[in-house]
Design a protein around this ligand. Structure first.
Ligand code: ADP
Length: 353
């Protein structure tokens, strides 16, 4: 089995006056693992449901391979969706649940048996085939839901927060499983999540959505290294990127003070051009040194074991730095800062400079 290409052209969705998706253009390559992220209510599920055919488009076209599918009912689109809730039939065994999509398509009995056996082997479900969902753990139910999608050999898999009902350990385990499965199947996958780590670890490319508008599409590396605006800058990467209004002067960033504080020069690894901008520095790229003459003050230190999250105040702005333990500083201590990597954004448009 191998996946099909998926293309969204000017896809829009409105509910009355509410614009939920605004002219989304997206090309997903055959075999690509695409992850959709964005804040709650930004339209992720709606986009997935539009592709599945559970919602009709207000405008635009959907293509899977060489076929335009938006006029087609869900069953004719060559997609399989896996829901957060698993949506298994409680009265059916695992085997019957997995066979169901093929049975309603009237596939031959031996083809169904072969497809179920193959999916069960892939997902390590062989020992559980005669159980009912009630006798399965959350992770096992999730695998059955995956199996039910796999037996259909769809051109495109649609995953709607498939791991968010699992505990942290199981989620990590299933994340690795998904990666392996993707490699084995060569499947095209569109996966919606609110989990940063899931997005960064699984995706070939990530789509960042905000209020129904695509903000950036790129590899995890591209989004992390060159966010196209402040929204993507703060949304991708945890802890979140620090943003402070600043101006370039003599190669360094001078932080614009707030609340009666004095301006502070923040040394940067590379010289900066003159002019005003919003300075973006990731917590892991803000170097901190204990220095009684330093311009920043430690507010709170959260120790995470090997690292500590240091909450600081500088020129009246809160900033966060991620430092290696032992840090040695505490609340009220003065520290010096240095930005190892700097992002600059336009103060008006918020776009990357
Ligand atoms: P996400 O999955 O990113 O959390 P959704 O796609 O579920 O976001 O929802 C996007 C927006 O569309 C939300 O503001 C939601 O209130 C609105 N919405 C979703 N379904 C409907 C509907 N049937 N009628 C009106 N508004 C809706």
């Amino acid at each position: 089995m191998s996946g099909a290409a998926l293309s969204l052209r000017g896809v829009a969705k409105r509910y009355g006056e509410t614009r939920v998706l605004d002219r989304v253009d997206l090309d997903v390559a055959a075999g690509e693992y695409l992850v959709l992220v964005g804040p709650s209510g930004c339209g992720k599920s709606t986009l997935l449901r539009c592709i599945a055919g559970l919602e009709t488009l207000s405008a635009g076209e959907l293509w899977i391979g060489e076929r335009r599918v938006d006029p087609l009912p869900p069953r004719d689109r060559d997609v399989a969706m896996v829901f957060q809730s698993y949506a298994l039939y409680p009265h059916m065994t695992v085997r019957e649940n997995m066979a169901f999509p093929l049975r309603i398509r009237k596939a031959p009995r031996d083809a169904i048996a072969a497809a179920v056996a193959e999916a069960a082997r892939m997902l390590d479900l062989e020992a559980l085939l005669d159980r009912k969902p009630a006798a399965l753990s959350g992770g096992q139910r999730q695998r059955v839901a995956m199996g039910r999608a796999i037996v259909r050999q769809p051109g495109v898999f649609l995953f709607d927060e498939p791991l968010s009902n699992l505990d942290a350990t199981l989620r990590h385990h299933m994340r690795v499983e998904l990666k392996r499965l993707h490699r084995r199947l060569g499947a095209t996958i569109v996966h919606v999540t609110h989990d940063q780590v899931e997005a960064l670890t699984l995706a070939d490319r990530i789509v960042v959505l905000d209020r129904g508008v695509v903000q950036q599409v790129g590899s995890p590396r591209e989004l992390y290294d060159t966010p196209s605006n402040t929204f993507v800058g703060t949304f991708v990467g945890a802890p979140s990127m620090n943003l402070v209004p600043a101006a370039g002067a003599a190669g360094q960033a001078v932080l614009e003070p707030r609340g009666g504080a004095a301006p502070v020069g923040l040394p940067t690894a590379a010289p900066l051009p003159d002019g005003r901008f919003v300075l973006g520095v990731r917590p892991s790229e803000l170097a901190v040194t204990l220095d009684p003459a330093g311009a920043a003050t430690v507010d709170v230190v959260e120790s995470l074991g090997g690292e500590a999250m240091v909450h600081l105040e500088v020129a009246g702005h809160p900033m966060v730095a991620l430092v290696r333990e032992p840090f040695g500083g505490g609340p009220g201590d003065r520290v010096g800062l240095r930005a190892e990597v700097v992002h600059r954004f336009d103060p008006e448009t918020t776009q990357r400079l």
